[in-house]
Design a protein around this ligand. Structure first.
Ligand code: SF4
Length: 378
């Protein structure tokens, strides 16, 4: 089923020169960070237990009632500069009821208001669930870190707590690939994200080729976040991460949009190889570097408690609740008063950089004061 998107079709197309999730655009427009993006966690259920899952410790096998949809819609309506929403989990599409009663209405709201939407899914659910999103959804964001079904089996169920057969894993792997091909053919924008970690860094070109064959329009690449399940995995050395990025850029399809996010390389670095990599990324066609939205132009809302967080996975306590406060008010308080935000809240306009991700800064630069640095060599 290929359904027209009457409102979105007249909107600016997402492209390497238009990424409304990047906080740099609203920062330049308003002269300060404003809330333009709201992420909602709509479930803690998931059929997988990935080795690297950044919300793994929050996953459950049962969960209670969500807040009423009307409450969330009301809070979204109040956000003055809202440009994007994201829906995450767990696996948001895990229960058909969540799709029908929460996800589709949220996407319809976004579509009618003319704002962009994204869902994070493992894409292993039945096609009919995804098909319902076709008229409204802008970006289907999936994780893809595998060379084959055996990789998927090994990585995707590492924390299951019980054995998962190779055949069962292959069934899900094949469903994911088939869903991606079919949804892409039906017009859905699939953005496949690969993390760079101890396991993937030597095979990113092969992963990229599979993503291309799955019909994805964009390949996102991020470092692994050392959060939750991933916190016990080996941290990749910066030199290995850099070599992996160069290798990927050498081998990639230059027609495909490649979005690199939360990389631990900055224009304020005195290291020539950091500057060289950044120069390469700025000049390669169809390659973009997205600034980290978390806490800059985006907050996360837990749809069960109403609590508001800087992201769905950082180990930072909630700093507000939508039962009692507007999202713009909660965001303003985080921006002006929260000590963690002050730690990485830097901005170098010429470099198009508004500071590191908190987790990445902690992993690689625990003693660096980014607010005392400035971009160089520009
Ligand atoms: S904004 Fe911060 S991290 Fe980025 S180049 Fe400037 S000082 Fe470095």
């Amino acid at each position: 089923m290929n359904v027209l998107k009457p409102i979105s079709s007249s909107m600016k197309e997402l492209s390497p020169s238009y990424d409304p999730w990047d906080p740099i655009t609203s920062l330049r427009k308003h002269g300060r960070h404003v809330l333009t993006s709201v992420e909602m966690t709509v479930t803690n259920l998931c059929n997988m237990r990935c080795e690297h899952c950044a919300v793994g410790d929050a996953l459950t096998t049962r969960e209670g009632e969500m807040l009423p949809l009307t409450k969330m819609l009301h809070r979204l309506e109040e956000v003055e500069h809202l440009e994007t929403i994201s829906i995450t989990g767990g696996e948001p599409m895990f229960r058909a009821g969540t799709v029908e009663n929460m996800i589709v209405p949220l996407l319809q709201y976004a579509h009618e208001r003319g704002i962009r939407s994204q869902i994070n899914s493992n894409l292993t659910m039945p096609y009919s669930r995804y098909e319902q999103l076709l008229p409204y959804l802008d970006v289907m964001h999936i994780s893809f870190n595998y060379e084959n079904g055996d990789d998927f089996h090994q990585v995707g169920f590492a924390n299951s707590g019980h054995p998962v057969s190779r055949e069962a894993a292959y069934r899900l792997y094949d469903t994911m690939i088939e869903n991606s091909r079919r949804l892409s053919a039906d017009g859905m924008f699939i953005s496949a994200e690969s993390m760079i970690n101890y396991r993937t860094h030597s095979k990113l070109p092969q992963i990229h080729e599979l993503i291309r064959q799955m019909g994805a329009r964009r390949h996102e690449v991020h470092p692994m976040y050392a959060s939750s399940f991933a916190s016990s995995l080996p941290v990749l050395a910066l030199k290995d991460m850099m070599a992996a990025i160069h290798q990927l850029l050498d081998a990639r399809d230059p027609e495909m949009w490649m979005l690199f996010g939360t990389l631990p390389f900055f224009a304020c670095s005195a290291e020539e190889q950091d500057q060289q990599l950044l120069r390469r990324m700025r000049t390669e066609p169809n390659v973009t570097l997205r600034n980290d939205p978390d806490g800059r132009n985006r907050v996360n809302v837990n749809m069960f408690s109403g609590d508001v967080f800087v992201t769905d996975f950082a180990d930072i306590a909630a700093f507000g609740n939508i039962e009692s406060h507007k999202l713009d008010e909660i965001f303003a308080e985080w921006q002006t008063a929260h000590p963690l935000n002050q730690k990485v809240n830097c901005f170098c306009d010429a470099a198009g950089c508004c500071g590191p991700n908190l987790l990445v800064a902690d992993m690689y630069y625990p003693n660096v004061d980014f607010k005392a640095r400035k971009a160089i060599n520009l």
